[in-house]
Design a protein around this ligand. Structure first.
Ligand code: DQA
Length: 144
């Protein structure tokens, strides 16, 4: 079984409780459970991580270089600021799908630019937490 890392950035530990009118009521644990079940049908093992720290996310990407075939990443606010996360993703050889729960293009203009999109093979925004499953299906295709 190939392994997919689902990496989540700052404040996403509060998913379900944080601005539910924007991000919904599901938690990261709900996403982990749903993606693990879907992963089984796709022949993929799913490991989900979250960090509130930019360097923590960079470290997870470095670990993915050895341990993961693909990455799904929601970098949270670091999407819009982090060259370090972009550089780390550029050291990873497998497919990368960027996910945003909200439709960032419908929101403030500072959310319209993503450094991570310069590397991502696909970008999903505005599908709510279902976006993670859509990303996983795409990795299932790319890694088949
Ligand atoms: C987000 C959108 C970002 O702009 C925001 O900073 C987040 C979450 C999303 O999933 O919609 O923390 O990445």
């Amino acid at each position: 079984m190939k392994t997919v890392y689902i990496l989540n950035g700052p404040n996403l530990n509060l998913l379900g409780r944080r601005q539910p009118e924007i991000y919904g009521h599901e938690t990261l644990d709900d996403i982990r459970t749903a993606c693990a079940a879907l992963g089984e049908t796709l022949g993929l093992t799913v490991e989900l991580f979250q960090s509130n720290h930019e360097g923590g996310i960079v470290d997870m990407i470095h670990t993915a270089r050895e341990n993961a075939a693909g990455i799904i990443i929601n970098p949270g606010a670091y999407t819009h600021t982090s060259v370090a996360i972009l550089d780390a993703l550029n050291t990873f050889d497998g497919p990368v799908v960027e996910v945003h729960i909200s439709n960032v293009h419908k929101r403030e203009s500072f959310r319209h630019h993503s450094y991570v999109s310069l590397r991502a093979d696909g970008v999903i925004a505005g599908l709510g937490t279902e976006g993670y499953q859509a990303a996983l299906r795409r990795l299932g295709t790319l890694l088949a």
